[in-house]
Design a protein around this ligand. Sequence first.
Ligand SMILES: NC(=O)c1ccc[n+]([C@@H]2O[C@H](COP(=O)([O-])OP(=O)(O)OC[C@H]3O[C@@H](n4cnc5c(N)ncnc54)[C@H](OP(=O)(O)O)[C@@H]3O)[C@@H](O)[C@H]2O)c1
Length: 280
Amino acid sequence: MILDGRKVQEKRLELLREDIDESGLRPVLATVMAGNDPASELYVRMKHRACEQVHIGSVGITLPATATTKDVVAKVKILDRDPEISGILVQLPLPPSIDTPMVIEAVSPSKDVDGFHPENLGRLFSGRPLFSPCTPLGIITLLDEYRIDPAGMHAVVIGRSIEVGRPMAALLLSRDATVTICHSKTRDLEALASSADLLVVAVGKPRFAGPSMVKEGAVVIDVGTNRVDGQLVGDVDFERVKDRAMAITPVPGGVGPMTITALMENTYLAARRSLCQEPW
Ligand SMILES: NC(=O)c1ccc[n+]([C@@H]2O[C@H](COP(=O)([O-])OP(=O)(O)OC[C@H]3O[C@@H](n4cnc5c(N)ncnc54)[C@H](OP(=O)(O)O)[C@@H]3O)[C@@H](O)[C@H]2O)c1
């Protein structure tokens, strides 16, 4: 079974647009980036396009690559104080000269629709998230849409980044999976990965996970987005793994669209909460 993120995105964004129109609210997402990394520019454009589709307003701030931490924090704080702005997304990576954690912490937890603020990550691990990071949240939504219940499964997450691996593990745990987190220092990764009922690969290495890492009948989630000869390639060797897996996400068209869907849903949630239409 192919877990079709594009199809699910289309369905959920349409429902979201209807909800937003009915609510009479005008949620607004602000994006902040520094420099002109082409991949970041592309991702920001895609997010703004999705906003348009669901009738969320959007504001895009781009600072020069020479901007200092102080400059970026100052911009974020202006947006944070603006009552018209529902949610703020800082497009990562920022240039290496900028203190990224400081910028992330300049966003109020109540506007942190990316869910990367330490308070939001802490709440996620305490089992009471305000906003969950969009990629792992999108993956949970995709599993739900295909009625794949992680409860009782052995879920192996390869990768322990703040953006993907760690929050993914927290969300799977909250869905009653038994979770193993792997990383570059993990011993005998192949044995662990191939024991997984649900395997999430977020490593950033093209076709990293081949058939020897995948148990027959497993659910395989490929988070990777790697450019190889101008093509987008996942962290899973899709062609060699697809016949072993019970279900698998393609790249492109799997996790990527679900990340954007979760961002739109988080932004609407932020707007509803700001008017106390939704509990905190
Ligand atoms: N589709 C989407 O919406 C979306 C969203 C976010 C990210 N991504 C993609 O997902 C991938 C991962 O992103 P990320 O931000 O999590 O990357 P990251 O911050 O670079 O983290 C990579 C993780 O993989 C681990 N790793 C690296 N080599 C390994 C190896 N040989 N064996 C086991 N683990 C290994 C690293 O371990 P250590 O911690 O030990 O270094 C690290 O925890 C990238 O391709 C990124 O572009 C896609």
